[in-house]
Each structure stands twice: as C-alpha cells, then as structure tokens.
Design a protein. Sequence first.
Length: 351
Amino acid sequence: MSPEYTHDRHPDTSTASGASDRFGHLFDLIGDAVVEIELVDTTPVVRAVNPAFEDIFGYDERTVLGESLNEFIVPDSHSTDADSFDERTAAGKPNHAIVRRQTATGVREFLYRGVPYEGPNDHRFGFAIYSDITEQRTYERHIQVIHRILRHNLRNELSVIMGAAQLLETETNREDIERRAAQITRHAHELASLGKEAQTLERILTEDRHPEPVDVVPMCVEAADAVAERTTGTIDLDVPEQLRVTGVPELVTAIEALVENGIVHNDGDPVVCVDAHYEPKRTVVEIADNGPGIPASERGPVFDRGDITQLQHGTGLGLWLARCTVEVCDGRLEYDRADGWTVVRMVLRPA
C-alpha cells in the first residue's frame, strides 16, 4: 500500500489525518471496484485493492498485491488498449472508457476511470475504478435487437396479410378464396406468436427472475401441443416421465419458439424431434429438425457470442428468446448441424 493514505478509524476532521481517514473509509465502502497501482517500468503493479474489487473480480488482495494488474484482469485481446491507458497514467493523464475485463468467473464489461497522481520521489501512482455495467449493457443490446426484429417482422407480416386481403376481395374461385384465407390465418398466427415471444422476452429482461426446480417434461409436451395446433408438420417427443431442472416458467415459451422455428422454416415435410435427458452434470433439452439449418449470419450472434446488433431478422425472436431464457436459468444454448439435421440444445442445470 502506498504511503498516501492510512486507514485510521478515528477521524480528526480538522487535520490532514482526518481527511486521510475519510478517504480510506470511502475506499473501503464504495461499491465500485478500486485498485491502487504504481507504475513500475510502465507496468501497473497493485499496491492495494478495496473489498469491492475482491467481490467483483474474485481475486483477494493477497493474490494480486505486488503483481501486474493487467496479468489478472486484462483479456489478451484487449492488451493494446490497456497499454495505452497505462501510458496515459504514466503521463499524468486521466482515463475514461468502457472496457471488457477478465474476472475469476468470466469476462464482464466495466465503466473504467483512471485517476493518476504523483507519489514520493516522483513515482507515478494511480487509482483504477471499475463500475460493473455488464447487465446494463446486455439489456441495452437486447432491447436494440428486439426492437429491430419486431419492426422488421411486424412490417413483413402485415404486408403479407394486407396483400392477401386485397387479393381476396377480387377472388371468385372458391379454392383461391380458401387459399388466401388460409394465408391470412397463418400469418396472423405468426403475428400472435411474435407478440407472445416479445412479451416473454420483456419479462425475462426486466423482471428479477429466480430460477427454481421445475419439471421440464410437461413444458416440452405443452410446447409441442401448442405448435401442433397451428402448424402442419410432424413433432416427435422423446421425454422421460419426469426431468427436473433449475428453471423459470418462461422455458415453455422458449421451447415452443424453437419447435415452431423448426416447422415454419422448412419448405419440405418438416419433422421436429424434442428430446429431453440427463447427461453427466447437466440436463439437456434438444430440438432437432430436418430443415435447411440456421444461416451463419443469424446463428452467429446467438450461439457464437458475436455482435448481437448484427443479428438478422429471418428467425424472428425465437432464438433470442431461447438464449435469454436459458441464460437466466444459468444455462447455455448450443447449435449443431449433422447428417441433415439441425439441433438446438438447451443445456440446463439439474435440480
């Protein structure tokens, strides 16, 4: 720890030591992660961390004290940016940026503020302050995607319905009338499904969800039955009598969305297989279909954690709903394509 402040617990507000105590109190109790570093040959060496740093980053002070901060928290892909921040600190310039930093449990996003100061013997010190904004940033990106997809798909579905309705007014052949009416009904159902998915996504993103033990088997059955009522295709179920997972009620809507995707995005004779089973240390719900597969431009942001603002519109909200719901359950969504089958796998925690 540098000699610039002490943690005296008995403040004297009329002296410099009192000011130092108040600063130490702030350092200890502020909710943001704070690290005091000393620039040693341009390397940010840790001199002190506050309790919030230990909680947020998962490294205790004894582990990082005297070590390079960058070695612990800077991902390899962001080392250049970190070096430029260190150069600014060494030059006595403050830093302010949104950054991605490695924690003991994974990479998270932070609002980073760097405050330099000069210590004894012209040594350069600084404070690095990290405010965790991962959830906020994720929410903002999710909302961007949802709004864009909703606007696009609502416009498309309504255009089809209005076009079919206009043609229906001029049709005289009974078969043509029935075909136009069926087209309107089908796209109206897709609009209703889109609205249901959007409502579920809103709940997932805005409400405080608490996963708890649930039986995923009746969810699979309910989802398959709901899709079978409004689509034409084959839906096969291979599920045990009971399969308990750590989940939320919205899982049924997510499963339904994946099953429906497998049916409606197949121009042939669609077959969808829903399989639920235990695997070592995890529970899996697989939705497999014999369709053409999900284009790379659409699956990349969902499965490969690419730039979600580049998500395409073709599959509606179904994939996005499935990913968000599974993540709320502390699980993950996987994709596979083999032997003419597309498999979307919901990996969940056993209850």
